[in-house]
Design a protein around this ligand. Sequence first.
Ligand code: PMV
Length: 334
Amino acid sequence: MALAHSNIALAKYWGKRDAELNLPDVPSLSMTLAALSTRTRVQFDPSLEADQIVLNGSVADASTTKKVSAVLDRVRGAAAIASRARVESMNDFPTASGLASSASGFAALALASSAAAGLDWSSARLSGLARASSVSAARSIFGGFAYIEAGAISAAPLDVSPLARDLAMVIAVTDAGPKPVGSTSAMLHTQATSPYYQGFRDRAPAIYEEVRAALLSGDLARLGDAMEHSALAMHAAMLAARPSLIYWNPATLAVIHGVRELRARGTFAHFTIDAGPHVKVLCQTGDAARIRSVLAELPGVQRVIVSGPGAAARLLPSHEFVAPAPSQGSRGAS
Ligand code: PMV
């Protein structure tokens, strides 16, 4: 059984250099989150006629089954085994809610399925396997902070400064509204129709370098500024797509303004937003509880999760396949 944490990009990936191979068009850099994790158990069984996929206690739909079987096929090919597999997976947070379940999901699946097939793969190779399904999943193989270069086949860990190790993410879960458009179709649509995609793509490497340099030197003000610029440039490209991709709802904007007010009063707090309506706020661990209370009061905020940096994806004994109870405090889900 494998456990992998989700991650949130500080420098965003949006756009594919090669859609078939699923190679990223821009470099990205993320923080792995302790509070959001997926546990996945894989058993290859010669008596099965087809792969059986159960997610959070329910049989997976056809499109998810296809994506999971594609990972299993790669593992079967490498291990020279023909058996179908039974896959059970549990998230300790709401699935497909825009909280990056594909990142932790495909990272846990890559590790659990390769181990079940007897393959003892390096982190880089596991990251490449996860990346073929989801670029963000390539980063979830690693703990702390991780990056993946444009066109790269796998991610790598980034050893950050002591100041950056004290960072936390406060996640404001806002009204879900209609189900968001999935990241793959949304980014291909942005690439195909947005006149601003090229602007995002041209600018992304410099923003990524700025985020990376700021993390390494512990320059929090520069980090926060570059991180917000990355997210807003990505959303600006989506807004200009035809038809437009608008992931924000009124609560998303309320949190953005709430974060700006916190900052105006001297708190280090900077937001990022993915392909969904939730707002993730980067802050220092000591400020997380206070920021959480402020965001929880904003209209439309349903729940606030606080997380510190998470560990790398890892194998666990099979009997630990139970969704963990949410823990309290600034380093756990709440
Ligand atoms: O790799 P995917 O399909 O999970 O897409 C991730 C896209 C963003 O979350 C918006 C950005 C990122 O770098 O994680």
